[in-house]
Design a protein. Sequence first.
Lengths: 532, 177
Amino acid sequence: MKDSSANHRDLSGLIAAVCDGYATAEQREQLGERLRYDPEARVEYIRYVDLHAGLADETCLRIGTKLPVAHSKEFNLALPITLATAACLLLAATLVVWLRRDTDDSDFLFDPRSDVATLLACENCHWAARPLIDGQRIPTGRLHLLQGTAMLRTDSGAELVLVAPAELEVRSPEEVLVRFGEIVVQAETGAEGFVVRTPTSEVVDLGTEFAVKVVQNGATEVHVLDGRVSYRGTQWDDELTKILNAGEGVAIDTRERPMAVPMNSPRFRDYVRRISPSPNDRKVTTYEGFNYTPGILPLAESTVGIGWKGPWRRRLVAERRSPDEEHSPDHLQIVHGQINNTWRVPGGRLGMLQIAPGKVFYVRPMEQPIRMDRDGVTFVSLMVKELQRHTKEESPSEHLRLTFRSSSDYFGDAISWGHGPLYRPTLHAGPSRLFKSPYVLPAEQTTLWIGKIVSRKVGDDEVFFRVFGENEALGYAEPATWHVVTRGVQMDAALDRALLSSTGKSGRIVDELRIGPTWQSVAPITRVEDER
Amino acid sequence: MPSEHFDQHDVFMKLFLQSERTLLRYVMCLVPNVHDAREVVQNTAVALWKKFDQYDSEQPFVNWACRFALIEAKEFLRSEQRWTRFLDDTTINELLCQRDAMLDELDGRRLHLRSCLRKLSPKQLGTVEAYYFEDRPIEQIAKSSRRTVDAIYKSLQRIRVQLRHCVDRHMQAAEAT
C-alpha cells in the first residue's frame, strides 16, 4: 500500500496529465473516479487547477480596456475574444520580458511599440524633460513632473493622478515606481493587481482607490480611500505582506518599519474636479458651427467660423475623383434646432447644416494644417443627425465622411472618419488604408463623432475614432475604448483641406465641427458631480 | 431597435470582458485543459449575448454568466469524446460546491502566485512563457529548446509543484501573522 505522499504524487501526476492534454482515456477516467469518491482529492485538484488557470490568465488583466466595444447583435463575438486572446498573449509576453529585466532608467523614446499609457490631462504642468501634451501616448520610462498636476491612464485601465514635485517610472501597463512625490490611483473593476513600487515598499491594488506619498529619502505613506490594498517593504519576505483597508493609512520609514497613520488624502475625483482645463485647452484651432440665419446661404458667404482660410466651396476639378462630376449645391441649407444635443455642446442648437440627398461634396481650406510629420496630438469632433436609416433590402449607398486632405497632394495621405452603407464606423488613413468597426451606429439619432490623431515624426501614426450615442455621457478625459484604431500607418502630409462628403438617398444634418489640441477643446465635459 | 443594440452591446461587452478571467477560472475547474476551457468560454460568450435581454442588471453579471458557463462546460464534456468519461453531474456539483467553499483561499493563493512567479529561473520562465503565454504546442517547445517532449511535460509539472509549494509557504506565513 502506498503512503500518503506517494498517493499525492500520483494524484498530481494524473491532474498534470489531464491539464496538459496527454492523459490517456483511462487516466482521465481514473482521475474522475478519484474526484467522485475522495473529498481530499477534490481539494487537491481544485488547488492545482486554479494555479494552472492562474498561470493561463495571470497576465490577462484589463484586456477590455484595449478593445473596441461592440454594438450589434449581428457582430460575431469571436472577434473580440480572439482580440482579447491576442492582446493577452502580447501582454503576457510583455510581462515575461518585464519579469526578466532590471530597472530601466532610460528616458522616453517616441516608440509606439513601448507605449503603455496615455496622458489624459494636465494642469499647469512643467516637466523636467521635453514637454508632454494631453492625449500623448506614454512609453515605459521616467516621468519627472516639476510643477502641476497630471492625470494618466495606463493600458491596464488604472488611472493615476500625479502631483508635483514627483518622479515616476512607468514600467508596464500594470506597474509604476514612484521615486518621490504623491500619486492617487483609481483602479476599478478589472484593473485589480496594479502595482505601485516605491524605494521602500510595494503596494498592490486589490480593486480600489489609494494614494501613495513618497518623500525624497524614500519613506512612504499609503492611504486607502476605497477597497483595499496589499503592501510590504521591499526587503520583507513575501510572506509578510499586509492588507490595508479603506480608511486606513500606513507609513513605512527608510528602514521599512511600518506605522499606522490616519488616512489623509484627497479623493481621485477631487483632483478631477480640481483640474479644470485652462483657457488654452478649451480653445479650438478650427471651428465651424454653421451659425447662420436659417435658409439658403450661398457658399461664398459661408465665411463665419474660426481658423479657416476661406468659405466652403465645391470641389475643384483637380479634387474630383469617384465621382469626377460635381453636382453639389452651390449653397448651404441652414436649419435650426434639428439636432438632439444631449451633450449640451455649446452652439449645438443654433445653426446647423442640412445636407441634401444625392452626392454632395463641400471643401473648406484650413489656416492651420494637421501636421503629420511632427510629434503631436489633434482631436476632432462633429455632431451628426441621421435622418433616415435604410435597410439592407433597399440597397442603400449611404455614406457620410469627414476627411482631411492636403492641398499639395490632394489624393495622397488623408484621414477620414465616417460610415458607409452598413452604417459602421470606418476610418481611412494614409493613401488607402481602411479600418472598419464591426459595430452598427445607432439609427436615426444624433451621434457625436470624436477622432484623435497621434502624429509622430518617427514611427507609426495612430488615428482613433469613437462615436457617442445620445445616451452616452462624455468623461472628463478621452475614452479608454475607441471603435476604430489604426495600425501600421505612417504619414507625413500637412492636411489643410476639410472635406464633407455625403451620398445616398437621405440627407443628414451636421454641426459643430471642432479641431483642437486636447480632448477638452472638442468634447463638452460632464462634470464629475454630474456623474455621481 | 438598433440604437438600443448599440447601448446594449456596449454594456454587454464591458461586463463580459470584466468577467472573462473569472469565467475562465471557473470553467477550468471542470475542463482543466486551457485550450478547451477557452473554447468553452467563447461558447459561453455567444450564449450570453443571445440571452442578454433577459439579464437582470441588478444582479451580478458574473454569477449569471457562470450559470451559462456551467451549461456550456457540461455540453462540452458531453460532446467531446476525450472528455466523456471524465466527470459526471454528481462530481461536477461536488467540485463546484467545494470550489465555492474555497474561493477566499483561492483568491489568496492567486495573489501569492504572482510573487512566486518572480522566483522562477530564467529557463523555467522561458518554459512558462512558451506554454502558457505564447500558447505553443509542447512538441514545438521541445524542438526549439532541444529537449524531448517528455522533458517539457516534466518541467511544466515541476514548475507547478514548485509554485504550489511557494504559494503554500506564503499562505502558511500569512495565517501565522
